[in-house]
Write a protein that binds this ligand. Structure first.
Ligand code: SF4
Length: 335
C-alpha cells in the first residue's frame, strides 16, 4: 500500500493514477486532425526516451501511485523496441492498455497477451475505405478492419475511437452505432479538439448533444440506454437495446469531464504534461539523464495542474487560438 505522500493528488483532490506514455512522434498514417499537413520535424534519436528510460520512468510513476499505463504515439507499434517496452511495462503491477491505429496490431497479439494487456483502443474514423484513406492519407482500411476483428475474436476488449468532424465523417455516427448492435465492440466518438497544426474550428465539430439527437432520430428515444460510467471515465456510455457492443461520447469541448481527471502524460521526448491541453511541460528525461531525483518534479507538475483544460475553462477560452494554439500537435502528445 502506497503511503499517502506517494499518491499524486492535485490541488483539487484528484488522484492521478493513470499515465499515458507516447512511445514515438512518428506514425505510419497521416490523419489530418492529428498530424500537421507539413508533418513534424524529425529530431535526433537522442532527444527521445530509450527503452530503459521509458521503463525507469514508468517504474517511478508506479512507485508514486500510478496503477494504469497506456502506451500511445504517434503510432506506438512502429517503434522497433515496441515489444520490449510493452513486455517491460507488463512486468509492473499495473493495468496495461494501448492505443494504436491497428495497422500492425496483428503482429503483437502474443506480445499483448504475454504482457497481460487486455484492452486495445483502435482509431478508425470511417467505415468507408475511400473516406478513411482520405482522412488518414494512407490506404490501410482493410488491414485496420481485419485487425479490429482479429483482436475482438482473440478476446481483447476492443474500443474503436472515431474523431467526429462535420462535413467529413459525421454522417456515419449512427452507422458506427448500428455496428455495435451485432459486434462486441465499444465505439467512442471523440469531439474534434484543437491542437497545433490541425486547423481546428468548432464549425467542423459535432458536440455531445447533437450526436445524441441524431441517435434518437435514428434509433428512437427508447432504442438505446444510458450505461453507468466507471469512475474517472472520460466517456458517457450507452448501448443499443439488445446490442452486443456499446457506444460512448467523449465531449472535451462541449462538456469537459475534468472534475474526475486522473490522467497525466509523458511525451516521447520525456516531458510530463499534467493535462492534454497544457503547454507547460516538465522535462523529466534531462533530469533522469543527470541522475537527479525526478519525484519532486512530478509532484510539482501535478500540483500545478489547473481545474479545467489547463485553465481554458470556457468554450470561448478553448476556442481562442492564442490560448489553445501554443500546445503541441496531437501526434506528439498521443491523445
Ligand atoms: S482536459 Fe486536462 S484536466 Fe480535463 S480531463 Fe483532459 S487531461 Fe484532464
Amino acid at each position: 500500500m502506497n503511503s499517502p505522500s506517494a499518491i499524486l493528488i492535485d490541488r483539487f483532490g484528484r488522484k492521478h493514477d493513470y499515465l499515458r506514455i507516447s512511445l514515438t512522434e512518428r506514425c505510419n498514417l497521416r490523419c489530418f486532425y492529428c498530424m500537421p499537413e507539413e508533418g513534424i520535424a524529425l529530431r535526433p534519436r537522442e532527444d527521445f526516451m530509450r527503452t530503459e528510460e521509458i521503463l525507469s520512468l514508468a517504474g517511478t510513476f508506479v512507485e508514486m501511485g500510478v496503477r494504469k499505463i497506456r502506451p500511445t504515439g504517434g503510432e506506438p507499434l512502429i517503434r522497433k523496441d515496441a515489444a520490449e517496452v510493452i513486455t517491460g511495462l507488463g512486468r509492473l503491477p499495473i493495468e496495461l492498455a494501448i492505443t494504436t491505429n491497428g495497422v500492425l496490431a496483428d503482429r503483437f497479439i502474443d506480445v499483448f497477451r504475454q504482457a497481460g494487456l487486455r484492452s486495445v483502443n483502435v482509431s478508425l474514423d470511417s467505415l468507408r475505405p475511400q473516406r478513411m484513406a482520405a482522412i488518414s492519407r494512407r490506404d490501410y482500411f482493410d488491414r485496420i478492419m481485419a485487425n479490429i476483428m482479429l483482436m475482438k475474436d482473440s478476446g481483447f476488449h476492443v474500443k474503436v475511437n472515431m474523431v467526429v468532424m462535420r462535413g467529413t465523417n459525421d454522417d456515419e455516427v449512427t452507422d458506427f452505432i448500428e455496428w455495435t448492435r451485432h459486434e462486441t465492440l465499444h465505439v467512442r466518438f471523440i469531439e474534434f479538439m484543437p491542437f497545433d497544426g490541425n486547423r481546428w474550428d468548432w464549425d467542423k465539430g459535432v458536440g455531445l448533444d447533437e450526436m445524441l439527437l441524431r441517435t434518437v432520430e435514428r434509433f428512437g428515444a427508447t432504442g438505446f440506454e444510458r450505461l453507468t460510467d466507471s469512475p474517472n471515465d472520460t466517456a458517457r456510455n450507452f448501448r443499443l437495446k439488445g446490442g452486443k457492443g456499446t457506444f460512448a461520447i467523449i465531449s472535451s469541448v462541449t462538456n469537459p469531464f475534468c472534475d474526475t481527471c486522473n490522467r497525466i502524460r509523458l511525451t516521447a521526448d520525456g516531458k510530463l504534461k499534467n493535462c492534454l491541453f497544457s503547454n507547460s511541460e516538465t522535462d523529466l528525461l534531462t533530469a533522469l539523464r543527470r541522475g537527479e531525483d525526478i519525484r519532486p518534479l512530478i509532484r510539482a507538475s501535478v500540483l500545478d495542474k489547473k481545474a479545467v483544460r489547463a485553465g481554458m475553462n470556457s468554450f470561448e477560452e478553448l476556442s481562442d487560438p492564442a490560448l489553445h494554439g501554443v500546445n503541441r500537435s496531437m501526434v506528439s502528445i498521443g491523445g
